[in-house]
Design a protein around this ligand. Structure first.
Ligand SMILES: C[S@@+](CC[C@H](N)C(=O)[O-])C[C@H]1O[C@@H](n2cnc3c(N)ncnc32)[C@H](O)[C@@H]1O
Length: 282
């Protein structure tokens, strides 16, 4: 099991879908439509760290009519929840061996579920002929070394969304905001299974490595803008941050408790993310 519960992923999914940058999404959509016109086949998409399949649910409507998704995660419980959630989301479901074949709003989507630890052997996964490699809320978990390996092995267009950039603005402000955020960032760069994590540096590292490989990059911000309608997510976010900060021993319990009480009553917050589209140069 990973540190991500299906409940947490379900809570964040609507905010994630709203935050995605539409300009980059439309560029990716044009690219995949062109690919499908060219080869006349279903597009083959690899989703890294798929959780319960939120990325597929966000993107299917913007992709060609026939799609084959390979959803990869190392968490068996999340993969099993992905199958259940995607089946419930579909208009028509037919099972296809271990995978799933679904129809949704006129799209025909075949899904393969792959349980795999991506910390090992990413090169093998990327060696298959993908039309698109994608991931949502994933790249801040991996290490700078893993990013270098990934970028070296990438042979397909990459579309990755919602990579955390470390910028947070909570209203009303609290006197401990900065020390809590600094401690949270220390936790962000601890090992999440790939070696010490890149955390908020991930997008800059990917930008440098992919540009050096000759990919053409587009980058755009995709912040969560949370408020009254997303109180439950803001509260869960504050509790999660406080638990992470407590593990660092950098903020006294009194200060952290007072910060958490204030944050649970916050009226709004903005959490910075970036989306990235990388297309192979000619
Ligand atoms: C923040 S969640 C994002 C899930 C999903 N992409 C979404 O947008 O809802 C990160 C995901 O990465 C997966 N993950 C973390 N480390 C992994 C590893 N070493 N191999 C495969 N998946 C991993 C977790 O199980 C989790 O599903």
């Amino acid at each position: 099991m990973s540190g991500f519960s299906a409940e947490w992923l379900a809570l964040r999914e609507p905010a994630d879908h709203r935050a995605r940058n539409v300009v980059l999404r439309d560029q990716m959509s044009d690219l995949l439509r062109a690919t499908s016109r060219l080869n006349g086949e279903r597009v083959r998409i690899l989703d890294l760290g798929c959780g319960t399949g939120s990325n597929l649910r966000a993107l299917a409507a913007f992709l060609p009519q026939r799609q084959h998704w390979t959803l990869v995660d190392y968490d068996a419980a999340l993969l099993s929840q992905a199958r259940a959630t995607l089946s419930a989301w579909a208009d028509v479901v037919s099972c296809d061996g271990d995978g799933l074949a679904i129809e949704k709003s006129g799209k025909y989507i075949d899904i393969t579920f792959a349980r795999r630890d991506l910390a090992a052997g990413i090169e093998e996964v990327l060696a298959d002929p993908w039309d698109l490699v994608t991931a949502a809320a994933f790249f801040d978990l991996v290490s700078p070394d893993w990013i270098a390996r990934f970028c070296n092995a990438l042979q397909a267009p990459l579309y990755t969304v919602l990579t955390y950039d470390g910028v947070e603005r909570w209203m009303p402000p609290h006197r401990a905001d900065q020390i809590v955020l600094d401690a949270f960032h220390l936790h962000q760069v601890t090992d999440k299974g790939f070696g010490p994590a890149a955390g908020p540096a991930a997008i800059a590292l990917m930008n440098t490595a992919l540009t050096a490989r000759g990919f053409q990059l587009s980058l755009a911000q995709s912040p969560w803008k949370l408020g009254h309608a997303t109180q439950a997510l803001m509260r869960a976010l504050s509790s999660g941050a406080a638990a992470a900060v407590a593990q660092t021993d950098k903020v006294s319990t009194d200060v952290l408790d007072s910060w958490l009480v204030a944050r649970k009553a916050a009226t709004s917050c903005e959490i910075g993310h970036w989306d990235l589209l990388a297309i192979m140069g000619n």
